[in-house]
Design a protein around this ligand. Structure first.
Ligand code: SAM
Ligand code: SF4
Length: 359
């Protein structure tokens, strides 16, 4: 079927999705154009910001792809102090970001849970609840998710990483700590509690096929999530998955595939929030802008104090590790204006899909 015919279908089926993900040349351009037009029609040219606070790289898990996995003894571990977190949040408020995202390695001990509860409550006090709060703190019990929700967090990002159970266990150890069904159950708990729930996958993983990626997109749609974050997989030399680094698509191909994933999902779910992940920019200096032009509408500028950033290297050569938050801020405005987009300051920037569903 010609690509124009697929692009005019009201509902994309798996075979259509696979055809779109394989699109090259003029066909790929048609897909990206249609995704951009769809985004502009539903969400305008607005970009929402989440000031990213990389709270701690202390993690109890050892995902096979991640540079901060607990078994990587080369990493110097850190945890920001309460004051450091609050300074980041104050900066987000001052810069008009509207929201912060607190991300961390996964821990589920009481000290950690209490600390996050406290920090969420404190951040909420800034400007009388001015800042939206996204958490990305891994798998927790439903009770913990509920506690943080009641403390004031209203969005949660937990990537499924791959919706194919077999592939999931090729990129995670097959043990109780990395249980695929547990991860699915966590996403269901978040949805049930009422979080704007975000999930996502890495693109270009070893053993990953177009069939897997099409299923990932259908999984997001089936779960009816409010947000999605997808970025290229970037092999880290100090992780077990690095042994397959020469068997995966090139960085450029992983980037192109990520853009097509974003574009197809924008057609399937026109009103969700989609993040232009930092991994895009790491692979391609224009990667974030390209993701925005392919249909993404959220950027997460890094607010983590510079001295800690080099210890949060989930993958090597991470973009913006040396940028100062203020510089990053003006650089973003200029970069987005150059592609006809603009930051919507001082707004939470909630997912339109979520807001409509719950109004
Ligand atoms: N610990 C939490 C979790 O796993 O959900 C949040 C932090 S974790 C570092 C955030 C995301 O980083 C993961 O969901 C994963 O998709 C991504 N990530 C980790 N290693 C990566 C790599 N080598 N390349 C690209 N993305 C990676
Ligand atoms: Fe820990 Fe998250 Fe990295 Fe897995 S992806 S090792 S849970 S920080």
């Amino acid at each position: 079927m010609p690509i124009t015919e697929i692009l005019s279908k009201p509902l994309l089926e798996k075979e259509d999705i696979k055809t779109l993900l394989a699109a090259k040349g003029e066909d790929k351009k048609l897909l990206l154009d249609k995704a951009l037009q769809t985004k502009l029609a539903y969400l305008d040219n607005h970009v929402h910001l989440r000031g990213l606070i990389e709270y701690s790289n202390i993690c109890t898990k050892y995902c096979l792809y991640c540079g901060v996995r607990c078994k990587n003894i080369k990493v110097t571990r850190y945890q920001l102090t309460d004051e450091e977190v609050m300074e980041c949040a104050q900066l987000a408020y001052k810069l008009g970001y509207g929201s912060v995202a607190l991300q961390s390695g996964e821990r589920s001990d009481k000290t950690f849970i209490d600390k996050i509860t406290y920090l969420v409550q404190e951040i909420k006090k800034i400007g009388n609840g001015s800042l939206g709060i996204t958490l990305s703190l891994g798998e927790q019990t439903e009770e913990t998710y509920r506690r943080w929700f009641e403390a004031g967090a209203h969005r949660y990002l937990l990537r499924i990483e791959s919706s194919n159970e077999d592939l999931y266990y090729k990129i995670h150890p097959r043990d109780a700590k990395h249980d695929f069904h547990q991860r699915l159950a966590c996403i269901d708990s978040l949805l049930k509690i009422g979080y704007q729930t975000g999930t996502g996958v890495m693109v270009g993983l070893p053993f990953q096929t177009l069939d897997d990626l099409a299923d990932d997109l259908l999984f997001f749609k089936e779960k009816d999530v409010a947000m999605v974050g997808m970025g290229p997989f970037i092999p880290h030399p100090d992780t077990p998955l690095y042994q397959y680094a020469d068997q995966i698509p090139s960085a450029q191909e992983r980037m192109e595939l990520t853009l097509k994933m974003i574009a197809v999902l924008r057609l399937m779910m026109p009103e969700i929030n989609m993040v232009a992940a930092t991994a895009n920019q790491t692979v391609d200096p224009q990667g974030r802008e390209k993701a925005i032009l392919a249909g993404a509408n959220v950027i997460m500028p890094n607010l983590t104090p510079n001295e800690f950033r080099e210890n949060y290297l989930i993958y090597p050569d991470k973009a913006c590790v040396n940028d100062k938050p203020d510089e990053c801020h003006s650089c973003l405005d200029i970069r987005l204006a150059a592609i006809g987009h603009k930051v919507l300051y001082n707004a939470w920037g909630d997912s339109v899909a979520f807001t409509k569903k719950h109004s």
